[in-house]
Ligand binder design. Structure first.
Ligand SMILES: [Mn+2]
Length: 351
């Protein structure tokens, strides 16, 4: 696990002007937490002001609640001004990842991320020329990496920022149960002491829309079982985060070790793979499943990616994902069984 290099970070910052912080499209708690944390740290440690850019609507209820309750402010669309803003810093993603497009016209000076990239969509060479690159998949959350910068600088986050960072660590590591190392534990415990626990609870249990329940019902009916694998290949979904949430939800089904969820949104087929097998690595399996048609990233027991729906129809992409998934798990030739009966009244098939 690489330690933070604060001097190197300082040297990468522009001598004057403001910074822009950004993350992947449809930011999640780790991206939001890392941005809020870095914004605070840069001001406290180096006197550098930074503005946040959020790309893609935030639709998952927890993420929306986090942004609203913590007052995470972002520049309006088109608000990046090259006269004021001298540099871009990317957290919880990398500039060459397909779900990340930093604002143009301003150089990227820093990357802090815990995702593993691939040659195709996030190679080392894509990071060449960026003065500060700290990418380490051994961290369970980018928010942990940002917390380590606080430690290195001897700066303590205020309650709001500690709450944001805490949410980042807890959601990405599933309260330290998933892909968490010693650094994540230390960050989690220190941030938990500083965080506003009422806000943490409010972010964790937001009210949910009717659309949310409708989609979960649809996912139950879409779910097919193949031995240890669950496939939940949906049609249109309300948000890319919904696909991740569905994969997270189904992997909890007893007796099943892998869940692969997919759904179409914003012109791409979004895919999330989860496993609850100790020590299993989701990323190589998803890399195989998406092939050269798609791009993906991941760490430990979770991976996500997408295939554009420009060259292939939704049905073609679903068929491709299904056949490759069965191949990579050695389940080729097997017939899937419905998890439950569908609303047309066909009987449920037990597995
Ligand atoms: Mn993350």
């Amino acid at each position: 696990m690489t330690p933070p290099d604060l001097d190197h970070l300082h040297a990468a910052l522009p001598a004057e002007g403001r910074l822009v912080l950004c993350t992947h499209r449809h930011p999640d708690p780790d991206g939001l937490g890392a941005m809020a944390g870095l914004q605070f740290l840069l001001r406290a440690a180096f006197g550098v002001e930074a503005d946040l850019v959020l790309e893609g609507r935030i639709r998952r209820a927890e993420n929306l609640a986090m942004r609203r309750l913590l007052g995470i402010e972002a520049l309006p669309k088109g608000g990046v001004d090259p006269v004021q803003h001298k540099a871009v810093f990317i957290v919880d993603s990398q500039p060459t990842f397909s779900h990340t497009s930093p604002p143009g016209g301003v150089p990227v000076v820093g990357v802090v991320d815990h995702h593993r990239g691939t040659e195709a969509n996030g190679s080392e060479e894509g990071l060449g020329g960026i003065p500060f690159v700290w990418v380490d998949p051994d961290y369970g959350a980018t928010s942990t990496m940002v917390f380590r910068l606080f430690e290195a600088a001897g700066v303590e986050p205020d309650q709001r920022v500690a709450t944001a960072l805490f949410c980042g660590v807890r959601y990405d590591t599933n309260d330290l149960a998933r892909d968490a190392g010693e650094a994540d534990e230390r960050a989690y415990e220190a941030l938990h002491r500083l965080a506003d626990r009422k806000l943490v609870a409010a972010i964790d249990q937001p009210s949910l829309s009717r659309e949310y329940f409708r989609q979960m019902a649809e996912s139950i009916h879409a779910c097919e079982t193949y031995g240890p694998l669950l496939l939940i290949l949906m049609g249109e979904v309300s948000s890319p985060e919904a696909v991740a949430e569905i994969a997270d939800w189904f992997v909890r089904l007893e007796g099943k070790q892998w869940s692969l969820a997919g759904g179409a949104c914003d012109g791409v087929y979004q895919v999330s793979l989860r496993t609850d097998m100790p020590g299993a690595d989701a990323y190589p399996a998803l890399r195989f499943i998406l092939g050269e048609e798609g791009a993906c990233g991941g760490h430990g027991r979770m991976a996500g990616g997408q295939i554009p729906l420009t060259d292939r129809s939704l049905e073609e992409v679903q068929a491709l994902v299904r056949s490759r998934a069965l191949e990579v798990f050695g389940l080729g030739g097997q017939t899937g069984r419905a998890l439950v009966g569908d609303p047309s009244g066909r009987p449920a098939v037990a597995d």
